[in-house]
Design a protein. Sequence first.
Length: 168
Amino acid sequence: MNTRHFNLDAPSLAPPSLRDAGIHEIVIVDATCDRYADFVEAAQAGEVGLHFCVDGRSAIRLARRFRADAWLVSTDLPDMSGFDLLAMLSPSILQGEVDPLMDGSRVSLDKVGEGMRPGVFLVSDTYSLEEEQRSLTSGVAGYLVRPVTLDVIRASRSPHVAVKEVAG
């Protein structure tokens, strides 16, 4: 009788903690902050640092001096479009990976290039094929439609579990 056994590389199938997924700091850029209840609960429980910016200008100021692992940017902000903000944020976010003067999640300089870059997600109230295509061609980590949950962000930052077949 030929039997097959499967071995999962991960010790359990439970979702990893935010920190295990490499998420220590999250910035949400949205004029309506009450849409992110589970993010606030996780921050209150000490699972993640959470920072809100209500417009594009405040997000640009924050990005120049702060390092975050995930950015959620609304496509519709009071002072500019999320797409316009993305172009302004990108240089600061990418530089934040190597700039030792920036606060936030620490990355050892001898480990630069290892691990994941900060994930930027554009978030919309309603689905639009044009917005999705524009988002993905701009190089963001994802295009999301509200409601957005913490599990979606966690899953996008977690490596996939590899399954190996073990002869037996």
